[in-house]
Write a protein that binds this ligand. Sequence first.
Ligand code: HEM
Length: 549
Amino acid sequence: MATACRHISEQNQNWLGKVLGRVKSPRLASMLHDEFTVVAGGITLIMLARYLLLVGPMGTLLMTTSLLLSVQWLLRPRNFPPGPWGLPVLGNLHQIAVDPMKSLTEFGKKYGDVYSIRIGMDNVVILCGWDAFKEAIVNKADEFRMRPSHLYIYKEYADSKGIGFVNDATTHRLNRKFVLKTLKEFGLGKQTLEEDIAQEARYLCHQIYKHDGKPIGKMGSMLTRSSAGIILRLVFGKHYEWEDPEFKLFVGNITRGFELMTMYGAIFNVYPWLRYIPYVKSLGQAVMDNMSDFKKLILDKIEQHRSSRVPGKPRDLVDAFFDELEDNSGVNDFSHLLPMVADLLTAGMETTATTLHWTALYMALYPDVQRKVQDELEAAVGKGKAPTLADVSKLPFTEATIKEIQRICNVAPLAVPRMTTTDVELRGYHIPKGTQVCMNLYTVHMDPKYFSEPEVFNPNRFLGDDGKVQKMEAFAPFSAGRRVCIGEQMARNELLIFFTTMMTHFTFKLPEGAPTPDLSKGKLGITLSPPDFEVLAVRRTSGDIIENI
Ligand code: HEM
């Protein structure tokens, strides 16, 4: 388009230039040129005014709309995946705003597994079902590696640093390598992290126990605090009590960040100019203020670490980062530390907590499955004893139940947006470099080709004929490819220990006469949380394991 405009204006210049070139005096030529411009401009304005009088406001609106639609059509790359026509400026936002997951899935049925929509003025490719997801995200991992980190809020949040919004391949690889190594050193596969998780799980059960079998309305926020405790301990090396003011600040800030990002953040990413519009700009300011409070909280912790650390003796991830910087062997530079910590805290807290929240609801609604899990736990480790990770192989049905809940609940149904690194061909379509790509993981997990009767809750689908847990190709709650969730292993450990500890000590039930929550009415924000519900936790064990923590 820009080239076309340049071409037209060059053509005009040549035409005018040729005429004026015949004039001998350069001064006269320049005067004539200016006169011509003024006259031509004047004529255009008069024509425009006459036109407006002629067609009236309605006609003007129609003309402007068709003009904008034509521009939109011209801006659409050639041989781009098909998709619904959108409105000027809005694109398809009005069609997806009410129930994004449903509309993005319905469009897939109409336009195919690789289709496109417009969000504002941006073309976005949507991938539906396992086959399309695999062809792009797994088979063309490098081409679909980046994130749209240039978008306003993402840029303000991370400025292409840390992990989640870093695009430079080498930096991304180095930073991921450092985090994975540190996760291993401080926990994964080691007794320490497992014991931390078990301790948090017991503390959670203690809090549940305090409800004394009465309805628990705020199960979600209890679970958020539990998973926050673990990730904060890993990053800052500190065990927080739930009442600790600093802990409350972190949890409150991250929870609010998720809410604000859902309500306003996405809009400011699409229309960054809204931040200059009176009244509206205060909404964007709320996102920014929360973000800067969050950064300040993290920075204070980093500075405390800098002054109290003993080089070579890391207590946690922040200390390990300083060591790596001094060794000059791993991470790039200090500026990555804050966004890296921010990524781990935000990505590590809400996702795990929301999955556990769904498990409580599913167990209350499927008592047979709950009973079977509890029987398996008792047979494997004995009555009243919570299992450890070493017991996993004895708990196939329990593991399958967690997987089935992850599949059917889709805690991260649209994952995190990606962006193409280069021009790429997919299913015969051309997707230019820098195109945003959205992975509809809900359609992956509901793909009937890979999951028979996908709408049915059936943990047995994850069990092979030998009764052992079987790998299912299209199961991807942590996504895949170059940006697959870095906390996958840690999250799996957390889910197992929390779920089994809760199942050891309690049976979940809906309160007598309470309406059955509609499982299809999850609340979509950055994650998909269960609909509001109250649950009873009936004590199964005696003794003071969770009474006196
Ligand atoms: C049940 C829990 C979790 C789920 C369902 C989940 C899911 C996801 C998904 C779908 C992505 C997007 C990957 C992509 O772009 O393809 C992601 C990325 C990420 N997750 Fe998780 N996650 C969970 C727990 C965690 C935990 C505990 C941590 C921290 C230890 C974590 C840290 C991250 C980070 C840093 C990224 C960005 C990776 C990158 O861009 O390279 N997640 N997660």
